[in-house]
Ligand binder design. Structure first.
Ligand SMILES: [Zn+2]
Ligand SMILES: [Zn+2]
Length: 363
């Protein structure tokens, strides 16, 4: 019997009798991170990283949750379980399971670049690695956070000079906190949409040192926003809620923005390819570093990524899960009637944002 089975309720460790990120209610769930497709409602007991705890409570309410630190092994029915940094968002963890001299690691979502707030991704040796593949196509190659932050700040400065408010579209948990680090020293006011504000407050109460920000309320005088910065989740973009910031410019922060066509389709004034997931090389390097003899590939471009691994000497298989569909794992919102299409190799090269055709940034 495998150490982890893929069941209709989620990833199940029968030796330890627990689930990892189950999508159906179970008696014991170990949670990789607080995004809603991984941390679902209805289980009897939860276990997560200490930093995930307040975020999980925000999401799930008053449920039974225990927490542990990274690299602090516990035993569940004789199975050794430990959490290791995944670098995806605050508290995000890979889950290492050891039993009878066999080690499996469930990655959850991860990114290999250090964003300064989520913990540094730790490669963990294992026999079997279960990996996400959100950006598992060779076209996804991220520029450094430092470079993208610079682009965001330049764009804001340009907006301000022309009397425009900068509206940054960023997922409320993860991306928004990163973006705040980018803009905190610009001397401008930061206003947050309610969804971003809720996460912000939760993290402040948990002791995180985050930049000063104000919540956007119906009472906030319109003139307060002029030339300043708003952070809002994708769901707010294009809604009447945005009207009070006029004149404004919209910048979308998402890995999907590396494909130029998505910036246009998304109707954004600027796209900043800042992602909380590993890019193609990040995924490959992570897999290599585990030394795993078998890799199971979950949500994202499973087919492409597992085929590449198999073609290159790593035994891999696709696994169907119910992850994805939340936060950055959702391809950009498209105008009604238009379906998201995976870019094919022929359009990829011209579509990638290059230094020469950066006109959508800063314009
Ligand atoms: Zn996630
Ligand atoms: Zn995910």
């Amino acid at each position: 019997m495998a150490l982890v089975d893929f069941t209709s309720k989620g990833l199940y460790c029968s030796a330890g009798d627990f689930y990892i990120d189950p999508w159906k209610p179970v008696h014991k769930a170990i949670i990789t991170h607080a995004h809603s497709d991984h941390a679902r409602w209805g289980s009897d007991r939860y276990l997560c990283h200490t930093a995930s705890l307040p975020l999980l409570k925000l999401r799930l309410g008053d449920v039974a949750i225990e927490s542990i630190q990274w690299n602090e092994p516990i035993y569940i029915n004789g199975v050794k379980v430990s959490l290791h940094p995944a670098g995806h968002i605050i508290g995000s963890s890979q889950i290492r399971i050891e039993y009878n001299n066999e080690v499996w690691v469930v990655s959850g979502d991860y990114k290999t670049e250090d964003d300064g707030i989520s913990g540094v991704f730790e490669p963990v040796k294992c026999n079997v690695f279960i990996s996400e593949s959100t950006f598992g196509l060779p076209i996804y190659k991220w520029r450094s956070q430092q470079e993208i932050f610079q682009n965001i700040r330049e764009w804001i400065t340009t907006n301000q000079a022309t009397g425009k408010t900068s509206v940054l579209i960023a997922y409320s948990l993860g991306k928004a906190q990163r973006v705040m680090q980018c803009i905190k020293d610009m001397g401008l006011k930061i206003f947050l949409h309610g969804a971003v504000w809720n996460v912000h407050q939760t993290l402040l109460e948990a002791g995180y040192d985050l930049p000063n920000a104000e919540r956007v309320t119906p009472e906030t005088p319109k003139e307060n926003f002029k030339g300043q910065i708003i952070i809002a989740p994708p769901s707010a973009d294009g809604t009447p809620w945005m009207k009070k910031f006029s004149p404004y410019s919209v910048g979308v922060c998402s890995g999907w923005m590396q494909v130029r066509g998505n910036v246009r389709r998304r109707n954004a004034d600027a796209g900043f390819p800042l992602s909380d997931h590993a890019d193609w090389n990040g995924l490959l390097n992570a897999v290599k570093a585990t030394g795993a003899e078998k890799v199971f590939v979950t949500h994202g471009f499973q087919a492409a990524f597992s085929k590449y691994l198999n073609d290159n000497g790593v035994s891999a298989a696709e696994v169907k899960t119910e992850y994805g569909g939340e936060e950055e794992e959702t391809p950009p919102t498209l105008p009604e009637g238009e379906a998201f299409q995976e870019p094919d190799e022929s359009t990829i090269k011209s579509d990638i944002e290059t230094k020469e055709n950066k006109d959508e940034i800063g314009s």
